[in-house]
Design a protein around this ligand. Sequence first.
Ligand SMILES: [Zn+2]
Length: 351
Amino acid sequence: MKKHQLTEQMQFLQERLKVYYEKQFQIQEVLKYINPSTFSNREFGFELLNGKFTRNLSFKDPEDLRTFLIENTPLGVYIGAVFEPSPSWENPIHTLTWKGREFIIDIDLDVYDSVRNCSCKGTKNMCHSCWKLIPTAIKFIDETLNVDFGFEKRVWFFSGRRGVHCWIFDDDAFTLTDEQRASIVEYLSIIRGETEDARIQERGDLPEPLKQRIYRVIIASYLLEASEEELLMVGFSKEHVKSIIDERTTDMSPYLLLKLPTRGKRQNIKILKVYENILRVRFPRLDTKVSIDVNRLLRMPYSIHGKTGRIVKPIPVENVDTFDPFDEPSIFNTKKRNLFQSLEPVKNQNA
Ligand SMILES: [Zn+2]
């Protein structure tokens, strides 16, 4: 791209971001998620229009932040932990006392690369077919955080691009140490590794409620939604595939598999192998580093994702099945121009 085009693009982004932060953005919406009483002690970070990243910043009040956003039109706005005293370039966070931050779960489709059946790979693409992995992951993790850990204040956010974040706001979660965060993530992670041969953990110790939830949420949703090819791919026989497709209803019995015709022990071992294959393609894959690092910066609710122009916004758990990221408007698309056409979804041929 020629230099003058870059400049033109930059001016366009700047103009759109300024209009958004000045006219549409409501700082009060953000304050629903960040405790206003510790606002001035929060670390903020920004991806600036010139490509530089800056952090260790704080703002004396929400209006001060809003003014900064309008004047600097950052491509990314990030929130970190609460520190005492307030962070600044003179007082960077490593010199301060860490007071806490929400517990975060991050699910991003590029972590699913080895099991995405579509042509999407890495950080570039996603399609409706691979987005289908997200609702199952949200439902499973959300219920586990609530039932097994007792976290009550959980909000899921669309990250603006290829994934979702869950913020857990309970007071107990705020002061969890990195070791405690790591142990929760460990409990939630059955899949290890991101490579083709990622092994399912040998988990004879799985608590019964968690095991039941795996059947009810993950296995059942796969049986309900998978195409004939996908059912064959995880190892079902043609006979089983026909039986599943004939019998499946919206009220899928979690134990349908157990009703499948079996011919003794060898057949049962085969079914267990099929379960494992379903878990490999459907079990939630977390970006564990995001959860464990207590100083990690995370996209601010209602900020703009600089690569797509889409808003980071809450997705109520009851709406995850109908939420369509491709329907989310981009502030960078206007009637006059669509600079970001190349970032629009790659249509899956089967979708
Ligand atoms: Zn895809």
